[in-house]
Design a protein around this ligand. Sequence first.
Ligand code: TK8
Length: 357
Amino acid sequence: MSKKFVMFFVSMVMMFLLAACGGNNEESPEVNNNDTEIKEENAEAAADAEFTIRAGIGLNNEHPQYKGLEKFKEIVEEETDGAIHVETYHSGQLGDDRTMMEALQLGSQEVTVPSTAPIANFVSDFSIFDFPFLFPNSEVADEVLDGEVGQKFLDKLDDQNLKGLAYWENGFRDLTNSEKEVASVDDFEGLTIRTMENDLHLDAFRAMGANPTPMAFTELFTALQQGTVDGQENPFATIYLEGFYEVQDYVSDTHHIYSPFVFLMSKSFYDTLPEDYQEVVDNAALEAGKYQRELNREANDEYLDSLVEEGMTFTEISDEAREEMRLAIEPVVEEYAAELDQDLVNEVYQAIEDAQK
Ligand code: TK8
């Protein structure tokens, strides 16, 4: 059976299940009506448009990342007078990060905005951005990613039939778990932690004594709820907006990795766009990214308090404890750095230094 046919079959089954659930769920008829209305609007707009962009992400529609996608839609539709129609999907409605990236490669989806960690499975050099404690703050990250070096990495995506248009921000990752307060590297001992599907993340958590297990984000809430894993790590905004506080008791500001998002477009789709439309999507991805980063930073500042209000115990990581974590992970970082393009590694390190001057 061809992959496309399997995907088609799976989506038919999903549509049937969704329809069946909708039918039983008498308590929320409004939501169902809205969905139908949105679908009808989409269908009409898509019929009038020359091009349709289906943009999907794993986070939900409360997250600054989704607001960023909405901004992208607004700019593109306005500037092309509706000739490009953008449909936005959240919460993994179109699949998990890897599935969506593969769909971009196949040309069956046009846009997704994953973290760099899963991108490293497609272009291994991207793993450098997930080196723990690489970026001291988000301003330095902006300067490096938006500069010449960042562009070199985006260019490497072309060979994978992916077009990298801009860096957005997932943010500094913090640890939550259901077992105990984590204040130092010793406290990681024995904790089963879900990580993103990325070898460097797995090795870094092993180096700190944890039992990491890779998992798609779409499966995470259930895994936490059922106790398949004790903990996970994500920025405060995600921990709050995805309701992880309902199934996790402890949060520590480990800030161990800064996760960039990359705004990706299917390259084969991008190449079919006339040049002036390419320019529109290039600029819209950047513009929407600026807006998304701003919202994200506000959210991350604000949501730690909200997590505590929801009853989570907050443990502050001291500078010394963070330095111990960094030292525990250092051999892993060196091992991975040795495997990458050395010139590029040095350029990234240099750019980070320059950005701090
Ligand atoms: C959402 C993911 C998520 C990431 C993760 O699809 O997997 O933990 O941080 O935000 O990209």
